[in-house]
Design a protein around this ligand. Structure first.
Ligand code: PEP
Length: 252
């Protein structure tokens, strides 16, 4: 059965010291608690090693927010998937709409990133989602299907099975406007149907599909109670341990 996952994305927030304070706080809050989902904390690159150490021996996994599309070499300023893996992190967020929009990450580039991430045993959390005009003109289904197809559908069944998908409507990210539970369920079911067509029912049923976009302690339970919503990718509400905890506990 597919995993329930709550993953945080700090984006470009927190100094190393602030990141370690968060890690200590979350560890204390989770101590002796029953947790019914996998927890992932997505930090900037420079935090990965220390935050991984801080969560060693706990059930909290650590994610990078990006990685290079090349294995190694003369790519000044880039961080490879092997480097990420060497820190103890085991996930990587790829295709976030901010990377697509501000850093011109194309479907082709993301396809390469997914391949190197998998080759280095990182679990990609692959983000898809439409902008407001696409939602308003009813194009969200075709946009999301194209994002999946263009970056992922050359993967073998075995490799695809290692991915986590995050549906993040761009109009809901950081805006305080959340997709309704019905809107989330509708498109998550569509994503699962698209995966079924391509990879079969077993793979589709085992793929975790997370919702992201202004998810918080107040709406997580309702969103996660949908049959095809397997958890969340959380930005703003993952920055403070005591705000992140109730989202994790939405599965209790
Ligand atoms: C995100 O950036 O992945 C995200 C979902 O952000 P927020 O929760 O702040 O909308």
């Amino acid at each position: 059965m597919r995993k329930k996952i709550v993953a945080g994305n700090w984006k470009m927030n927190k100094t190393l010291q602030e990141g370690l304070t968060f890690s200590t706080e979350l560890k204390e809050l989770l101590n002796n608690k029953t947790i019914n989902c996998e927890v992932v904390v997505g930090t900037p690159f420079i935090h990965l090693s220390e935050v991984s150490k801080a969560f060693k021996g706990t059930k909290v996994h650590v994610a990078a927010q990006n990685c290079a599309n090349k294995e190694s070499g003369a790519y000044t300023g880039e961080i490879s998937a092997a480097m990420v893996a060497s820190t103890g992190a085991n996930h990587v967020i790829l295709g976030h709409s901010e990377r697509r929009a501000y850093y011109n990450e194309t479907p082709e580039l993301l396809k390469e990133k997914v391949v190197v991430a998998l080759a280095n045993n990182l679990t990609p959390i692959f983000c898809v989602g439409e902008v407001l005009e696409e939602r308003e003109s009813g194009k969200h289904f075709e946009v999301v299907a194209a994002q999946l197809k263009d970056s992922l559908f050359e993967l073998s069944k075995e490799d695809f099975s290692k991915l986590v998908i995050a549906y993040e409507p761009v109009w809901a990210i950081g805006t305080g406007k959340t997709a309704s539970a019905d809107q989330a369920q509708e498109i998550h079911a569509f994503i699962r149907e698209t995966l079924t067509e391509k990879y079969g029912k077993e793979v589709a049923d085992n793929t975790s599909i997370l919702y992201g976009g202004s998810c918080n302690a107040g709406n997580a339970k309702e969103l996660f109670s949908n049959p095809d919503v397997d958890g969340g990718l959380i930005g703003g509400a993952s920055l403070e341990a005591d705000k992140f905890l109730p989202i994790i506990e939405a599965f209790n």
